[in-house]
Design a protein around this ligand. Structure first.
Ligand SMILES: *Cc1c(COP(=O)(O)O)cnc(C)c1O
Length: 433
């Protein structure tokens, strides 16, 4: 019986995999909207390295030794676990594996990109990074990464999450980050938004605008994004490369691979190295991206140019989008409440390599509880979306008798996101839309 497949520290990959090198069609470039010079805004706001990596076309990009060491010191490689008890509970002939990104000190995959972003910023002489955070995981990861690399960190946290999750702010403070509820009084964007609607719940789009406004204002401050952009997807491929080695050791060829998708980074990170094989005709694997019905970017959005933030500071990206002024209902999976999607994940969805699926919040928490009761790990609300889809696939196998191998990316734990579970048990959890 297989329980888990662990790698040794020296098996941490030495390179990131760049999906841009293998796309079936060319990725549409970011564009300026009329009269605005956003490309230069992008250049002012981001570090040089982030921009370089954003447009790099090399298939593999070397991970600096210092970054690789920090990956190891912060718990990589992460285990791949066989969900024996969940399989047994579901009485399915399917085999279920999950890759544990919750074992990171901050509880999710986000540190995989926070570390290199802070590292490159420090090397360029940056003093402070600003960023947005939805559920809090990205802000937590960047706060820690900045502290490890001796940088200051300012986090704009979407107001609804800020109020739902006071412990998150506390943790960011412990990691030496400064946290503000967004919309805030600190920026012009924040003040404008509040003037129009004093009860604005905040959104990732607004928080991004606030963080960017600060980076555009001060030379020594740069802006750092936790998902969506190509260089973030690149950093996260550390997950999928480890996963590939682990599945080889387990002698498994996945039939279905599943991850939740907010901006696309844990999906991209865990699955791009496998989607590469599908593009080159060497794989039959099905890839499922799971999102909430409350924020159905890939399943209901349009594939078009749109801004990454609500205020139009960013260039326009070609992606699936619900519109940059879309404000998702206040579902508990804060990390999945973004109006857009990684342009690469969008293109691969458009081209048919990824099957998107939307699931209801209550069904997700139900799946999350089943997972906690069988496998012992309490999943983040975002992660329960991947679990819901995994359980649905396993139940399909039960009907058909197929012994499929299902592999899921377990993006993070939910020990700090218990409110949704509380509402579930109280019966007050809304199935938004
Ligand atoms: C941020 C986050 C997500 C969603 O972001 P992606 O960029 O789509 O990965 C999902 N799960 C967890 C645990 C997160 O922290």
């Amino acid at each position: 019986m297989t329980y888990k497949i662990e790698l040794s520290s020296d098996e941490v990959p030495k390179q990131w995999y760049n999906m841009l090198a293998d796309l079936p069609t060319e990725l549409p470039a970011p564009i300026n909207s009329e009269g605005k010079d956003q490309i230069s805004a992008l250049q002012l706001a981001f570090t040089k390295s982030a921009l370089e990596q954003e447009f790099a076309t090399d298939r593999y990009i070397k991970i600096p030794n210092e970054v690789r060491e920090l990956y190891m010191e912060m718990g990589r490689p992460t285990p791949l676990v066989r969900a024996n008890r969940l399989e047994e509970y579901l009485n399915t002939p399917a085999k279920i594996y999950f890759k544990r990104e919750d074992t990171s000190p901050t509880g999710s995959h986000k540190l995989n990109s926070a570390i290199p972003q802070a590292y490159f910023a420090k090397k360029e002489g940056v003093e402070r990074l600003t960023t947005e955070t939805g559920a809090g995981q990205w802000g937590t990861a960047l706060s820690l990464a900045c502290n490890l690399l001796d940088l200051e960190c300012t986090v704009y946290m979407v107001k609804v999450s800020f109020n739902q999750k006071p412990d998150r702010k506390n943790i960011m403070n412990i990691y030496n980050g400064n946290v503000y509820a967004s919309p805030s009084e600190n920026t012009k964007v924040g003040r404008d938004v509040m003037q129009n609607n004093p009860d604005h719940p905040g959104s990732l789009g607004v928080a991004i605008s606030e963080a960017m406004e600060e980076a555009l204002e001060y030379d020594e401050v740069k802006y750092s994004l936790g998902s969506v952009l190509n260089h973030v997807m690149l950093h996260q491929t550390i997950i999928g490369q480890e996963l590939k080695t682990q599945l080889e050791i387990a002698e498994e060829t996945p039939d279905v691979m599943i991850a939740c998708a907010g901006g696309g980074s844990n999906f991209a990170g865990s699955l791009f190295p496998f989607i590469k094989d599908k593009i080159t005709g060497n794989s039959e694997t099905e890839f499922i991206a799971v999102e909430p019905t409350a924020c159905p970017t890939l399943t209901q959005g349009t594939y078009d140019y749109d801004f990454g933030d609500s205020n139009g500071f960013t260039p326009m990206l070609k992606m699936f989008t619900l519109g940059h002024d879309f404000v998702a209902p206040s579902v508990h999976a804060g990390g999945l409440r973004y109006h857009g999607m990684s342009p690469i994940v969008s293109l691969l969805t458009k081209e048919g390599y990824i099957n998107p699926k939307a699931v209801h919040q209550r069904d997700c928490f139900e799946a999350g509880i089943t997972f906690a009761r069988t496998e012992g790990i309490l999943p983040a609300p975002e992660t329960t979306h991947a679990i819901r889809a995994t359980i649905d696939e396993a139940l399909k196998c039960k009907e058909t008798g197929e012994e499929k191998t299902i592999v899921m990316n377990f993006s993070g734990h939910g020990m700090l996101d218990l409110k949704g579970y509380t509402s579930y048990f109280e019966g007050t959890l809304e199935n938004a839309k």
